[in-house]
Design a binder for this molecule. Sequence first.
Ligand SMILES: Cc1cc2nc3c(=O)[nH]c(=O)nc-3n(C[C@H](O)[C@H](O)[C@H](O)COP(=O)(O)O)c2cc1C
Length: 179
Amino acid sequence: MKYLVISCSLNPDSRSRLLAGAVHDHLDGAGEEVELLDLQETGMPLCDGDGVYAEPAVGELGERVRGADGILMAVPIYNYDVNAAAKNLIELTGRAWTDKVVAFACAAGGQGSYMSVMGVANSLMLDFRCHVVPRFVYATGDAFQGDEVVGEDVRERLAQVADELRRVTGSLRGGAATG
Ligand SMILES: Cc1cc2nc3c(=O)[nH]c(=O)nc-3n(C[C@H](O)[C@H](O)[C@H](O)COP(=O)(O)O)c2cc1C
């Protein structure tokens, strides 16, 4: 199985990028083939629904998504939703998401936005028949200290979501992943 962990925040001091790193390292430590895609490093253009699809950077993003069996999106919560960069990536890469197993890890400012990934999760299920892992990580500021994820419960949930991504991807794609 191939896994792609996408860090969607464009903030240089991103906390969700720390979540992405933890999931990447967990999958790597479990012996999985896993890549990290950091949207800060892609020069991703904004989706205009037209000429942008011919841009090489967009083709490359599509290939990264298409090449994965399971995907973890690490997202910042902005305005009770995933940030615009995460949605822009999906707008640009569209059908490359078909049939992927998708999990989420979110960084947010407060507890009240905990259902914020559901809009994009619905869209991935309805548009591209993605299988969304029914467990996600939702971390607020107290889970972080500097460049580290220190919250024990969040660290545990990161490991759980990574293992669940393996389990669902393995069973849907015929692999032999175990918890
Ligand atoms: C424009 C903007 C909108 C935000 N909206 C919300 C929100 O609706 N709910 C929430 O809990 N936090 C909100 N936040 C706080 C961010 O989710 C928080 O700073 C988080 O750490 C961002 O992820 P990042 O550090 O990976 O960039 C918002 C922050 C910004 C900059």
